[in-house]
Design a protein around this ligand. Structure first.
Ligand SMILES: COc1ccc(Nc2ncnc(-c3cccnc3Nc3cc(NC(=O)c4cccc(C(F)(F)F)c4)ccc3C)n2)cc1
Length: 304
């Protein structure tokens, strides 16, 4: 095309990814193209591979937002980008493979919610990942158990299988009609923004979604899961902040932490940095409860 090719430092062009990586299986059919499991021919390292068909350079720029975020936000609790290629009119993204899969699938597989020690562990790592994203000026916008991956050592990685966007730092305005995020986890001010598209919202919206995700981990579903998505939007804006189904079943610290996340006013809602000082997560020091969770999932599969 006549348009000058934009330089993308984190993108390898003119190399066939399958010379370096061997596709070993399928992981699912993502919102944007297929997702495969892959193994590095030289090192044996395992990766998850997403192949996104690209029509032209402008579409490539849209999808490079994701590569930029993953390059800028290198953190032990955010999925690790190994390599990105532009080859055969497609963007090939190779991510560190997390063998435990997504936490919402684990809850379905085990058919029970997580224990409080397991939830404390996940929350501590989620807040660290969010603190890193927010410091880099990014907003996730679609936090939920389905976007949290579990690794065998009990660590978790924040992922985004939808399309997370960056705040418009002079970049193209988020497409006005796209509906970002699944409604159940949406903070009140985001619902207002999506419906009247004016109220600005920022990183505090992710903190609300942390609270909803903790309820999802404890009760196996987010609040109002039995309602239709449209009715949920009204419910979220009109109701008092939700709690877990049986608050007395959980510690004072857990309920207090939830109240800090599920504060309707984003101004007074705590930030990720503030919440890392909260007693619910301040004393977390190891991943043991999540290593046990990984073993449980893996043993479950063997039994079947
Ligand atoms: C069904 O069983 C399993 C078992 C293991 C796994 N493990 C695994 N490990 C790593 N990635 C994936 C994965 C699965 C489906 C789709 N994509 C996956 N990873 C992936 C993620 C991304 N991008 C992000 O996660 C992402 C994009 C933008 C922002 C962010 C964040 F905000 F978190 F920084 C994260 C890009 C390309 C790929 C292949 N899956 C998945 C399913």
């Amino acid at each position: 095309s006549g348009k000058a090719k934009r330089e993308f430092p984190n993108l390898t062009r003119g190399k066939d990814p399958l010379e370096l990586w061997n596709k070993t299986g399928e992981l699912g059919d993502g919102a944007f193209g297929k997702v495969y499991k892959a193994e590095n021919r030289e090192t044996g390292v395992l990766a998850a591979l997403k192949r996104v068909p690209i029509q032209d350079e402008t579409e490539l720029e849209d999808f490079m937002v994701e590569i930029d975020i993953l390059t800028e936000c290198k953190h032990r609790n955010i999925v690790d980008l190994y390599q990105a290629f532009f080859h055969d009119s497609a963007l090939w993204i190779f991510i560190e493979f997390c063998a435990g899969g997504a936490v919402d699938d684990i809850i379905i597989e085990l058919d029970h919610g997580l224990s409080e020690p397991q939830i404390r562990c996940i929350t501590h790592q989620m807040l660290q990942a969010l603190e890193c994203l927010h410091t880099s000026g990014c907003i996730h916008r679609d936090l939920k158990a389905g976007n949290i991956l579990l690794c065998p050592d009990g660590s978790i990685r924040l992922a985004d299988f939808g399309v997370s966007a960056r705040p418009n730092k002079g970049q193209q305005q988020k497409k006005r009609d796209t509906f970002i995020g699944t409604p159940y986890w949406m903070a009140p001010e985001v619902v207002v923004c999506e419906t009247n598209k004016d109220a600005p919202y920022d990183q505090k919206a992710d903190i609300w979604s942390v609270g909803i995700t903790l309820i999802e981990l404890a009760d196996m579903n987010p609040p109002y899961h039995e309602m239709s998505p449209m009715r949920v939007l009204l419910k979220i804006t009109r109701s008092d902040p939700p709690t877990v189904e049986l608050p007395h079943k959980w510690s004072k610290e857990f309920n207090s932490f939830l109240r800090k996340c599920l504060t309707k006013n984003p101004e007074t809602r705590s930030s990720a940095t503030e919440l890392l000082q909260h007693p619910f997560v301040a004393s977390v020091s190891h991943h043991k409860p999540l290593r046990a969770l990984y073993q449980e999932v893996k043993s479950e599969v063997v039994e079947l």
